[in-house]
Design a protein around this ligand. Structure first.
Ligand SMILES: *[C@@H]1O[C@H](CO)[C@@H](O)[C@H](O)[C@H]1NC(C)=O
Ligand SMILES: *[C@@H]1O[C@H](CO)[C@@H](O)[C@H](O)[C@H]1NC(C)=O
Ligand SMILES: *[C@@H]1O[C@H](CO)[C@@H](O)[C@H](O)[C@H]1NC(C)=O
Ligand SMILES: *[C@@H]1O[C@H](CO)[C@@H](O)[C@H](O)[C@H]1NC(C)=O
Ligand SMILES: *[C@@H]1O[C@H](CO)[C@@H](O)[C@H](O)[C@H]1NC(C)=O
Ligand SMILES: *[C@@H]1O[C@H](CO)[C@@H](O)[C@H](O)[C@H]1NC(C)=O
Length: 273
């Protein structure tokens, strides 16, 4: 089983809005839930993701996410609420303009799916990525493609993030200039690019497989999200990885709390039926 970047999200399907919910006495919920899952992941495929990256939640078709959607997108972390869910789901789906290899998701295959009751479904989805034609979204003929995971960040960006020299260069030439560019005014995190580099160079790099934690990999991912709602996301790339108990992402997490279903979903039995 390939563990792809976005595929291990846990969803509370009961949260799906009433317009698509058939009544629970019918058996067609299996088809309905599969359709919902496929529709959600289809929106990560380029260029379907572009309007959502540009306009946030208002560009998401109705009926896919409830206002109170919540879950975990391993390895990025937990999320609560519609806008949060949208951002984690779609803003992180790559566009060919945003990386040197021109890579994007060109296909989302639901390879495992089961739904034993109306409100719960589990799935494994392979998000296939590779260089695409920026106009059509078609994968470039003969190009190297892969399922989206840790190795993908090297392939997609053309950067070997395990190389320490490159790690340091990424802070100095990409991360800190990006933070200073995106997080300004009330959202400013560091006084200067130099103080940013000095401070963040003290932190471990981390890996894109475990993109939570007080590290560089986490901030690199969260920098992507600062384009939309910078007041929420800029603190995540700052010195403390967040600005309060309800808004922290790049901090070293307590795994027991991360996996606490009662905390996140209000019940530890929400996925049983
Ligand atoms: C489910 O049951 C309700 C109440 O008995 C009924 O009105 C409704 O038509 C049923 N739905 C389906 C899809 O059979
Ligand atoms: C998902 O995308 C595929 C490929 O474009 C398409 O065949 C399929 O109908 C779409 N499914 C849904 C539910 O949108
Ligand atoms: C992308 O597709 C368009 C439309 O089919 C085509 O005109 C263009 O040459 C393609 N670009 C590349 C780089 O293949
Ligand atoms: C790390 O990257 C630097 C700069 O690109 C390069 O000179 C060096 O050979 C790389 N080291 C290894 C072990 O690949
Ligand atoms: C930024 O500069 C001000 C004034 O010199 C200083 O008081 C403050 O501590 C600095 N902040 C950081 C995060 O370095
Ligand atoms: C999300 O995960 C963090 C990190 O472990 C945890 O502290 C926080 O309580 C979690 N939030 C919810 C609502 O589960």
């Amino acid at each position: 089983m390939i563990s792809t970047f976005l595929c291990r999200a846990v969803f509370l399907l009961s949260a799906i809005s009433g317009t698509v919910l058939a009544s629970d006495n019918s058996t067609d919920f299996v088809e309905r839930n599969l359709h919902t899952i496929q529709s959600i992941y289809n929106l990560t495929v380029y260029p379907n993701n572009v309007p959502i990256i540009q306009n946030g939640g208002s560009a998401v078709p109705p009926g896919l996410f409830n206002q109170d959607a919540r879950g975990r997108v391993t390895p990025v972390g937990n999320f609560t609420g519609f806008e949060d869910s949208i951002e984690y789901f779609f803003s992180l789906a790559p566009t060919p303009q945003a990386n040197p290899a021109g890579a994007a998701i060109f296909q989302a295959d639901v390879v495992e799916f089961t739904s034993g009751c109306a409100n719960v479904a589990a799935s494994v989805v392979y998000l296939k990525t590779g260089p695409v034609n920026a106009t059509t979204g078609q994968v470039i003929e003969g190009a190297k493609t892969t399922a989206l995971k840790q190795a993908w960040s090297s392939i997609a960006t053309g950067v070997d993030y395990t190389n320490v020299t490159i790690q340091q260069g990424a802070i100095a030439t990409a991360l800190c200039p990006g933070i200073q560019d995106r997080c300004t005014g009330a959202n400013q995190q560091f006084n200067t690019t130099e103080t940013c580099i000095a401070e963040l160079s003290q932190k471990p790099f981390g890996t894109f497989d475990e993109a939570w934690g007080d590290n560089i990999a986490c901030r690199t991912i969260h920098l992507i999200l600062t384009g939309h709602r910078p007041e929420v996301h800029c603190p995540h790339v700052g010195p403390n990885g967040g600005n309060g108990p309800d808004n922290f992402k790049c901090v070293d997490i307590d795994y027991n709390e991360y996996l606490n279903d009662a905390l996140l979903f209000g019940s530890s039995e929400v996925f049983r039926c």
